[in-house]
Every structure is written in structure tokens, then in C-alpha cells.
Write a protein that binds this ligand. Structure first.
Ligand code: TYD
Ligand code: MG
Length: 454
């Protein structure tokens, strides 16, 4: 009797795609260093020259294609269900990425707990923590988190065999970087391993109709980019973001085959796990400081309006060049805003240090944030509290162009409506009265509120 042979593996260069039978430090083809990663080579029967062509298949018109509508598994965590597009689609593969400590294990444990409590069959596979550690976390969590079956295992074959035997409806694999395929020599977490692990789990999950949430660590710099290579393989990519030291976290879909990528869920990490923050705008407006350098941005988080406080501090610097420190916005965007402020609005930060912060650890990555950054800096430079009164901070939104003009941004109506909901009215925005940054700054710093563009 002969043992089945392990599939042959090959080393593929991630830069040029060249294959090599052996691992090398430098790719022989393109000369890049450290780009070779081991991959399993699937036995492909290549049709040689002159070989008979395969039998042709018959394409089907889309209207005749059977598309069963599945009832989704709702996790009972509304913000998560919403971002997923209405719950987990049976048999689908979700990648949940985020930096370590952000709360991925907590979120998935809570989701499985709710599903288990609702009578679904679940399984929590962890290669990161022992079963005892997982239990300790589950003890802090609400719902049926303690009833979720766990498997603390790093061997891929064992995990696959268990999945096949248990046939859960929803399974969490925490994390994809810790599982190890025996037939590849690379260390767990290497690109080749991660891809192989995800590939084999996917195949089994699709066959057995198991919905799988793959947890993946992503560092801020994207250095450990393992999960990135999976993005095309999975149905849905969720990103869990926030500062570990802060309480607020946002969950957004970067890709979703079964829903939109516009929705964002906001959570808060508490003693008893993650709590959904449905009234995030109210929180952030309530917490806004109303001091010089503070302004409220009517932002869009996908399709959802969200009011967040943008703060700026401008202080004399002893450094050359001075510091430009940002939290929650893009650093290059601050550079642009400062340049336009100085050149076209007469507000120069000059050689001072500039710090800009979006309160609560929220990230806003949209051009509509420009005006808020500019006004926060202007307020800080001039030491003026912006807004109608002590009670109502100034709300604004708008993009800044390089020639000093204010540009309209998407969903103005929804932003206005959200601001009005919290009594922030009028809202400073691009319009006939404030066509330029200079006009907006003047309006915010000096004009009585009635002259602000409504
Ligand atoms: P965790 O889910 O383990 O993060 P990840 O899996 O993304 O690495 O949790 C991260 C942090 O959350 C951890 O430092 C402890 C904290 N935490 C709470 O504050 N409250 C809780 O109820 C739980 C379970 C965790
Ligand atoms: Mg974890």
C-alpha cells in the first residue's frame, strides 16, 4: 500500500508571478527580495497541443437561472447585521479584519452566542486562545455565549474534519493566520499558508453550506498583509476599526456580494462586551467641547450621516519642520487644507505644530471633512469659539479645492437633516454665500449666526 502523496508545492513570486521549485531569498526573474511564497500546486490536467477539446457547456439565460433566496442568519447584533446586508447568508464566507485588540474575538463570540441561543448550530474555532481563555471572555458577554461549542486547534486538517463532522450552520475561525496546513512548509500566517487555509475552508464550507467568518489580523500599516490576499476569495470583507485605547469602534464592509458597502456600524467596548451605538451622532455632539478649535462635521459614513467633532490645536513649535499630527483624518488632506488656508484664506499655521483629531477615535475618509478641518484650525489659530451659542457648536461640511473654492459634496440633504435633528442649524456648507474657504472662514469667525448659509 502506498501513502497518498502530499500535493506538490511551488514558490511563487508575489511581485512578478514567476514560479520556482525552491525557495530563494531573491526572485530569479524580477530580482525582488523576499517575495517568494509557497503555494500548493493543484494538479492541473493541461490539454497539450493537438489534444481533443473539452466538451462545450451550454450557457443559460439569466432569467432561467435558479437563484434560491436564502433566509439569512441574523446575529441579533443590529449594527453587524446591517453592515452584512441583513444578516449572514448561509454558506457565505466573511472575512473580518482588524488590528489586534480591536474586538474581533469579542464581536464574533457575541454573534455566535446569539445564534446559538436562537437555536442555530455554531462552532468557534480558535487557534489564538485556549478553550479556557475563550470561556473567560464568554463569561463577560451577554446572551448564550457560554453555550457555543469551541475547538482550540491550529491544524487545518483537524479543523476541516471537525467542520465536516459537526456541520455547523455558522462557524468562526479565529484567526486565519493561526491555522497551519501540514503539506506546506511555510510558517502559519505566511501568505501561502493563509491562502491555502482559506481556500480549503472555502471549498468545504460551500459544499456543506456552512457560513464561515474568517477573522484576520491586519496591522495599521498593512504590514502583515495576509488577509489582503483573501479579499477576492471571500463574499464579504468587513473591517473593524478604531483606536484600541478608545471606546468607539466602527465596522464597515469593504466588499459585500450580498449587500451594500455603504453601511457602517458603530460600537462601544464596555465591560460586558461590545454595545451598539445607534445614536452615535447624539453622543458625539453631546461630547463636543465647544472650545476654540472644535467644530462639528456632518460626515457621511457610507450611506449614513454621522455628526462627529473635529478638534484642532495649533501651538508654537521648536521643531523644524513643525509637527503635523492627525488622528482620524488623512495626513495629506491636512497638508492640503493648511496650504489653502494660508494661501487663500489668510490663516497661516506657519511654523506652529498642528494637531487635528476626530473625537471618539472615529475615522473620516471623505473630502467633505476638509471644511471642518479648516474651520477647526482657523478657530484654534484665532482662539475663537465657533458656533451660534455656548450650547450649539458650529456644524459644517464641504470639500476644499486648491484654488480656495468650496466644492459641493454628496448627500448634502442628509447631512443637513442629521445636523438639524440635533439642533445644529444653520450649517456652514458650500453655497452662494460661502463659495470660497475665505468666505466660510470669515463667516464662521465673525459673522452673526444668521449670516451663515442655511
Ligand atoms: P478581543 O475581542 O480579544 O480583540 P481581538 O480579537 O480583535 O484581538 O478584545 C479586545 C479588548 O477588548 C481586550 O483588550 C479586552 C477588551 N474587552 C473589554 O473591554 N470588555 C469585554 O467585555 C471584553 C470581552 C473585552
Ligand atoms: Mg482575538
Amino acid at each position: 500500500m502506498t501513502m497518498p502523496r502530499a500535493p506538490a508545492t511551488v514558490f511563487v513570486c508575489s511581485a512578478c508571478g514567476a514560479e520556482s521549485a525552491k525557495w530563494r531569498g531573491q526572485c530569479a526573474d524580477c530580482g525582488e527580495w523576499n517575495t517568494l511564497a509557497e503555494e500548493a500546486r493543484a494538479p492541473v490536467a493541461r490539454a497539450g497541443r493537438g489534444a481533443a477539446p473539452q466538451r462545450a457547456a451550454k450557457p443559460v439565460a439569466l432569467e432561467h437561472v435558479q437563484a434560491p433566496r436564502y433566509a439569512r442568519h441574523t446575529t441579533g447584533i443590529n449594527e453587524l447585521d446591517r453592515v452584512l446586508g441583513g444578516g449572514i447568508v448561509p454558506g457565505s464566507l466573511v472575512l473580518l479584519g482588524g488590528s489586534p485588540g480591536i474586538g474581533k474575538s469579542t464581536l464574533t463570540s457575541m454573534a455566535l452566542g446569539n445564534l446559538q441561543g436562537a437555536g442555530r448550530k455554531t462552532l468557534y474555532v480558535s487557534g489564538e486562545e485556549s478553550a479556557a481563555q475563550i470561556r473567560l471572555r464568554a463569561e463577560r458577554l451577554p446572551g448564550a455565549a457560554l453555550q457555543v461549542p469551541v475547538l482550540a486547534e491550529t491544524d487545518l486538517d483537524t479543523v476541516l474534519a471537525t467542520l465536516d463532522a459537526e456541520r455547523p450552520e455558522v462557524c468562526v475561525v479565529d484567526s486565519v493566520q493561526t491555522l497551519h496546513a501540514q503539506d506546506l512548509t511555510g510558517a502559519a500566517g505566511s501568505v501561502g499558508q493563509v491562502r491555502e487555509v482559506a481556500d480549503r475552508i472555502t471549498r468545504l464550507a460551500k459544499q456543506r453550506d456552512i457560513a464561515v467568518i474568517l477573522v484576520g489580523h491586519v496591522t495599521k500599516e498593512g504590514a502583515l498583509a495576509g488577509p489582503r490576499v483573501l479579499e477576492h476569495l471571500v463574499d464579504c470583507v468587513l473591517q473593524f476599526e478604531g483606536e484600541r485605547e478608545r471606546t468607539y469602534r466602527t465596522l464597515r464592509a469593504l466588499k459585500n456580494r450580498f449587500g451594500s458597502t455603504n453601511d457602517v456600524g458603530v460600537f462601544e467596548m464596555r465591560e460586558g462586551g461590545l454595545v451598539e451605538v445607534q445614536d452615535a451622532s447624539a453622543r458625539f455632539v453631546g461630547e463636543a467641547t465647544r472650545a476654540p478649535g472644535s467644530v462639528v462635521l456632518a460626515a457621511m459614513e457610507g450611506s449614513r450621516p454621522l455628526l462627529v467633532e473635529v478638534q484642532a490645536l495649533v501651538s508654537p513649535s521648536e521643531l523644524v519642520p513643525p509637527r503635523r499630527v492627525v488622528n482620524g483624518i488623512d495626513r495629506n488632506r491636512l497638508a492640503l487644507v493648511l496650504a489653502v488656508l494660508g494661501r487663500h484664506a489668510g490663516i497661516g499655521a506657519g511654523s506652529a505644530d498642528v494637531f487635528v483629531n476626530v473625537a471618539g477615535g472615529v475615522r473620516v475618509e471623505e473630502p467633505g471633512a476638509d471644511l471642518a478641518v479648516a474651520l477647526a484650525v482657523a478657530g484654534a489659530v484665532k482662539n475663537v469659539t465657533l458656533g451660534q451659542s455656548e450650547k450649539t457648536p458650529l456644524a459644517c461640511f464641504g470639500e476644499i479645492g486648491l484654488t480656495g473654492e468650496l466644492r459641493a459634496v454628496a448627500h448634502a440633504e442628509r447631512r443637513l437633516a442629521e445636523a438639524r435633528k440635533f439642533g445644529l442649524d444653520p450649517v456652514l456648507q458650500p453655497g452662494p454665500e460661502t463659495p470660497t474657504l475665505r468666505a466660510a472662514v470669515r463667516s464662521a469667525l465673525t459673522a452673526p449666526p444668521s449670516r451663515l448659509a442655511a
